[in-house]
Design a binder for this molecule. Structure first.
Ligand SMILES: [Zn+2]
Length: 116
């Protein structure tokens, strides 16, 4: 048992002194620094959806990334319905172009966001 209320090293949840492990994520109150860092890194990897990737970007870049994704999706659908060689080519171009646009918009900023 801890001497007083404590905050989880990993998820930052406040926990009552009667608990030795976090009530939210189960991480122990007393842990080695190495374990804490490993657990934090694992959590960060698990909670890294596309939305988080977009969240650090300026608005115009977000719009670029979203429109790129939309163009890419439309191209993919068109690709499935393409019946002539010409429409197939346009669809493939849209798919690749949209993918490239989204990748460029997101990929320019490769630096990880600072820790909270
Ligand atoms: Zn926790």
């Amino acid at each position: 048992m801890q001497a007083c209320d404590w905050q989880c090293h990993v998820c930052r949840r406040s926990n009552s002194a009667v608990y030795d492990a976090c009530s939210a994520c189960g991480f122990p109150a007393a842990a080695r620094g190495e374990d804490i860092l490993l657990k934090r890194a694992a959590r960060a990897d698990a909670a890294e959806p596309l939305a988080k990737l977009f969240s650090g970007l300026p608005l115009w870049r977000k719009l670029l990334a979203y429109s790129g994704t939309v163009v890419c999706a439309v191209g993919l659908i068109w690709l499935k319905m393409a019946w002539t060689m010409q429409s197939f080519g346009i669809a493939a171009l849209m798919f690749v172009g949209g993918l490239l646009l989204a990748a460029l918009a997101v990929g320019w900023e490769t630096a990880p966001s600072p820790p909270p």
